[in-house]
Design a protein. Structure first.
Length: 407
């Protein structure tokens, strides 16, 4: 457990621009995993979202995680090390539970993080970087999040980064029906944002553009919207009143030349790294909002969520306790295997068999002997768990084995 680390940055001490320097795309993630063995790392996964980049793994030195991550980032390992938080052991485990539950999210209770965590772990597992111990830990984390979702109101209501974008539009645009909306990017965040636009703004005057046109067409058909090919991006930007950017590009997709002298526009960038050029953000005709700005939006739902935090923390505490209990039991596995091996050897010992014969005991078949030995081992496991008396295990196991053989 002491070799389990997390190294990361999040919204608490870094702005969107700085976080963007350390954002990890799918291709970069794959490259990191391919390089991991050369950093003596065999179990790890990475979470990279709009408000955090974190690398989790087993290592003797957290510097290995930081160096590996930064082989693929725009920002340097020196900068990352200066601004990153590093946690290990139980503290790192607690952090992972908090992140998955939405307790550490920029918008409290934002449940989108759980889906992002699952995808991150799935990707690592497909590349054989999730071992049995880490798998057990992640399952405990997912179980805790499920219980929190079911038994508390921490994720109640509809507050998330994508929904906060809709709140901003409602508060700043009076006649939404007469406004043309352009959504660039139809990935997970883009899809959620698009559905919120339709549901809460009650408008279908929305055009979708995605680098893979078929994905935009599919979503447009599902929701009764329009779509356009990426080649028509510039024309659609020029004609739109409200532009939402939810792409995952290493370079800005919306430039100053796209919006210069094109009338007043609201541009909401949900991307990390930022996919709207700095020069475009600063134009006088542009009202620009990013994920950090959206996180400042408060409403009654968030106040209700804050009241649910103690309940969520109690659930996490219970799940961590169960995981740590399993961890402690796992330490006994070598001793239990040794006991089982010794009992098999004892059963085949001439001294033992002659003793059993003198007792006129039942002669056990091989199958029954295995059942008897496993029963003794299970009993020893329970004794170890309840009394932590590892030194007495061999003697107790032998006594019980002999006793069951003469009964």
């Amino acid at each position: 457990m002491s070799t389990f680390f997390v190294a990361g940055i999040n919204y608490k001490k870094t702005d969107a621009a700085l976080r963007g320097q350390f954002a990890i795309s799918t291709d970069q993630y794959a490259n990191i995993l391919s390089l991991a063995p050369s950093f003596n790392l065999s179990e790890l996964f990475i979470i990279s979202t709009c408000n955090r980049t974190e690398i989790y793994g087993f290592t003797e030195n957290a510097a290995n995680l930081c160096s590996l991550l930064c082989t693929q980032t725009q920002g340097s390992v020196e900068t990352f090390t200066q601004i990153a938080y590093i946690k290990n052991g139980k503290t790192a485990i607690q952090h992972l539970f908090d992140v998955a539950a939405g307790l550490d999210s920029q918008i409290l209770g934002d449940y989108e993080i759980l889906g992002q965590l699952k995808l991150a772990v799935k990707f690592a597992r497909e590349h054989d970087f999730i071992g049995a111990y880490l798998d057990r830990m992640i399952n405990a984390v997912l179980q805790a999040s499920k219980l929190i979702k079911t038994n508390t109101g921490l994720s109640g209501g509809t507050v998330s980064v994508s929904f906060a974008a809709i709140q901003f539009i409602k508060e700043n645009v009076t006649d939404i029906s007469g406004k043309k909306i352009l959504l660039i990017g139809t990935g997970k965040i883009g899809r959620n944002t698009c559905k919120n636009l339709v549901d809460y703004l009650e408008t279908t005057n929305i055009t979708l553009i995605n680098r893979t046109e078929s994905k935009a067409a599919e979503l447009a058909d599902e929701l009764g919207l329009q779509y356009a090919p990426i080649e028509d991006l510039e024309n659609n930007i020029a004609s739109a009143d409200i532009i939402l950017v939810a792409t995952n590009s290493a370079e800005p997709v919306l430039l100053a030349s796209h919006v210069l002298n094109q009338g007043d526009k609201i541009i909401i960038d949900l991307s990390i790294p930022c996919n709207v050029a700095t020069a475009a953000q600063q134009l006088s005709n542009i009202t620009f909002v990013n994920v950090d700005d959206l996180s400042k939006i408060k409403d009654a739902t968030l106040h209700k969520r804050e009241a649910e935090v103690p309940k969520a923390q109690d659930i996490i505490k219970e799940q961590i306790f169960e995981f740590l209990e399993w961890h402690e039991m796992r330490k006994n596995v070598p001793a239990l295997k040794s006991i089982k091996s010794k009992l098999h050897a004892m059963h085949n010992c001439n001294l033992y068999t002659s003793y059993i014969a003198r007792q006129n005991a039942v002669v056990y078949t091989a199958n029954n002997t295995e059942i008897k030995i496993q029963k003794v081992v299970n009993g020893m496991a329970m004794q170890m768990r309840n009394h932590n008396q590892k030194g007495c295990s061999y003697i107790a196991a032998i006594n019980e084995f002999i006793a069951t053989g003469t009964n």
